[in-house]
Design a protein around this ligand. Structure first.
Ligand SMILES: [Zn+2]
Length: 235
């Protein structure tokens, strides 16, 4: 069954949209439209402009997720891995490759390239907004430029979240590479997965403590990903 749509290719890598992505754009745009400034466009009138700007920021957000995955793919290719495709899902993107570079230094660089790209985009956008747009009333009163602020803060969050030392985040892979310098790949995966489980437990406790239900849900996902990664490497 065909569950993804190919929209083109970059660096010879097919770029696909998963069917769940059809929901992702409207959901991301909807949250932009109902959130107050500076995290959204709720105050912008007329509604057509509000929704157009929300859709625009959602599209830019997914374009930056794509850049994040392309950064991983660039290094994976450089280290000889064959990238089958990059697919955008509801919750982000995945670059599927035939074999992950297993040399510790290579996996670490490949894993770090993604969050680094997100952090660079985030800093450039926030810098532009704070030092060029914000001091200039002619620009700062135009809500179009708020897209840059939203894009900047989302990319910064994306970069930081992906650096969490837990699978399936990039930080989990970086941690495994760090362990793999001193032990076998299987043992390193097991150690990194254990750290990931600990991060998930702490995240769940913190979420319950502050009364946020999303964090325990994300924590559950991270915990099961850690178990899966551990199991699949051992077999
Ligand atoms: Zn990544």
């Amino acid at each position: 069954m065909q569950s993804s749509l190919k929209i083109g290719s970059i660096m010879g890598i097919p770029i696909k949209l998963d069917t769940s992505f059809l929901l992702a754009l409207p959901i991301a745009a909807y949250f932009s439209a109902i959130n107050s400034q500076p995290f959204g466009f709720a105050e912008v009138e007329p509604p057509i402009v509000r929704y157009a700007l929300s859709a625009l920021s959602a599209i830019f957000l997914f374009a930056s997720v794509l850049l994040h995955e392309l950064a991983h793919s660039y290094f994976a290719k450089r280290y000889g891995a064959n990238i089958i495709s990059i697919t955008l899902f509801l919750f982000g993107g995945v670059a599927s490759m035939e074999e992950i570079p297993k040399k510790p230094g290579q996996e670490a660089k490949m894993a770090f390239a993604g969050p680094l790209t997100s952090l660079i985009i985030g800093f450039i956008c926030l810098f532009t907004y704070s030092y060029i747009i914000s001091p200039n009333p002619a620009l700062s009163q135009n809500s179009v430029y708020l897209v840059i602020w939203i894009l900047g803060s989302m990319n910064l969050m994306l970069g930081i979240f992906n650096l969490l030392p837990a699978f399936p985040m990039d930080g989990g892979r970086m941690l495994r590479s760090f362990f793999a310098r001193k032990m076998s790949y299987v043992k390193a995966t097991h150690s990194a997965a254990s750290v990931g489980k600990l991060v998930a437990i702490l995240m769940a406790i913190f979420g319950i403590y502050i009364g946020d239900l999303w964090l325990p849900l994300i924590a559950l996902y991270i915990y099961s990903s850690a178990s899966n990664e551990d199991r699949s490497t051992q077999t």
